[in-house]
Design a protein around this ligand. Structure first.
Ligand code: DX5
Ligand code: ZN
Length: 221
């Protein structure tokens, strides 16, 4: 089976004063990953709904929203209404994750659940039919530029096993670079967030291609 490998760069390390231009530097990306932080769920504050609405007006690329916020049940649907194709909430933050996933799908978005590095997947196995993607954090959420946590690799493998034949994307986020993307792909990831690796590269779009090629090659092994 040929598994598509998707690269979804995070704009967290991009120039926030020039987001339209920054998104224009990654034409080959499969989606634009947008990190929304509230300084409660994580110790950092980034961008919110108005910026996503503005981004929607300047790009046709898939918007992949990663909500690192406490009150996900309240806020997530608004991002789907703003035209984001994919909305990810943290299972640690959602009070009613099944209801929320169903609401996101009803609004026409892909619903996705995220797990912090220390949160086991097994307790959420029964929820897999309710989501279109699982995001496994490979750093503690909150900041770009952190080191990849190898301890998450067994959970990537386990999640791939649990997904089985279902067309659910398995995304990894945090510390993904040319030195770590292959081990993620070998373990079963098919969707890769890379922030600093892409936006600190001299040619971000060339980095997107390089990461995808490494992931495809690693997956064939
Ligand atoms: C971290 C964010 C990531 C971050 C990744 O909490 O969820 O999306 O931007 O940045 P890098 O790729 O630099 O680890
Ligand atoms: Zn993210």
């Amino acid at each position: 089976m040929v598994i598509a490998m998707r690269i979804t760069p995070s704009i967290l390390n991009a120039d926030f004063a020039n987001l339209e231009a920054e998104v224009g530097r990654i034409p080959g990306a499969d989606a634009v990953h947008v990190d929304v932080m509230d300084n409660h769920f994580v110790p950092n504050l980034t961008i919110g709904l108005p910026v996503v609405e503005s981004l929607r007006r300047v790009t046709d690329k898939m918007l992949d929203i990663h909500l690192m916020i406490e009150d996900a049940d309240r806020w997530a649907p608004a991002f789907a209404e703003a035209g984001a194709e994919s909305v990810t909430f943290h299972v640690e933050a959602a009070a009613a994750p099944i209801r929320l996933a169903r609401e996101l799908r009803k609004l026409g978005a892909r619903a996705s659940m995220a797990l912090k590095p220390a949160t086991p997947i097994d307790g959420f196995a029964d929820m897999l039919d309710e989501v279109d993607m699982v995001l496994l954090m490979t750093v503690e959420p909150g900041f770009g530029g952190q080191s990849f946590l190898d301890l998450v690799l067994p959970k990537i493998r386990r999640t791939r096993e649990l997904i089985g034949d279902r067309p659910i994307w398995l995304q990894v986020d945090g510390g993904v670079s040319t030195s770590t993307v292959e081990r993620c792909a070998e373990a079963g990831a098919d969707t890769f967030v890379a922030g600093s690796a892409v936006f600190n590269a001299p040619k971000p779009d060339a980095m997107v291609s390089e990461l995808r090629e490494l992931a495809v090659a690693a997956c064939r092994h």
